[in-house]
Design a protein. Structure first.
Length: 203
């Protein structure tokens, strides 16, 4: 398999972490230069028409994009450890929390980054006011996450899952917009320290 990735980009990191958690090593990682426009070439658009990373290319030549779809493919082809859950209830709760993190935290952090830093100003029109508002929306998720981690060891309950991977990558991505979980969030910080001890953190 091949993983079209980008160094330091949060979405590709989610897949790299899942590969590490599952012990999947036979994957060639191809890092693209996003600032240089490697993802905008016609060749790459054949793999993903919306020109985003990550893209997982299977041994059979199928290109899979979108983190949730890649999560699903890796879970189905390498079931253990189960990172999308085992029982129907656990699967639903993990998907629920992964979706909450994606839409209420990751997406607004991404919008804040794009619209406040000008990183992609050559291919979009940054709107500074929206960047500022998106950062406020992202910050509102921290109390929600704190409450969940106060009562649970991991984001989706008792077991480590893709919801933890998505949350970790988002929390570290949020540093680029100066959003951090400070001392007011002891449960998040307890969880974060535990995440840093996992081998996949440094993958």
């Amino acid at each position: 398999m091949k993983l079209y990735s980008a160094a330091k980009a949060p979405n590709p990191r989610r897949i790299v972490m899942m590969l590490a958690e599952k012990g999947i090593e036979d994957v060639e990682i191809i890092n693209l230069d996003l600032a240089g426009g490697d993802n905008l070439t016609e060749e790459f658009r054949q793999r993903n028409p919306i020109a985003k990373v990550p893209v997982l290319e299977t041994d059979g030549g199928l290109s899979i994009s979108e983190c949730q779809a890649i999560y699903r493919y890796l879970e189905e082809t390498c079931p253990q450890p189960a990172l999308l859950g085992s029982s129907a209830e656990e699967k639903a709760i993990i998907e629920m929390w992964d979706s909450r993190v994606e839409h209420a935290f990751f997406v607004p952090v991404g919008h804040a980054f794009q619209h406040s830093t000008g990183f992609f100003a050559d291919r979009m029109t940054p709107v500074a006011q929206w960047g500022s508002e998106a950062a406020k929306v992202a910050a509102k998720f921290l109390p929600v996450l704190e409450a969940q981690l106060t009562d649970n060891e991991f984001v989706a309950g008792a077991n480590f899952s893709v919801a933890d991977i998505t949350t970790l990558c988002t929390l570290e991505f949020a540093k680029v917009i100066r959003l951090r979980a400070g001392d007011d969030y002891p449960a998040i910080n307890r969880w974060y320290k535990a995440m840093q001890q996992r081998a996949s953190y440094s993958a």
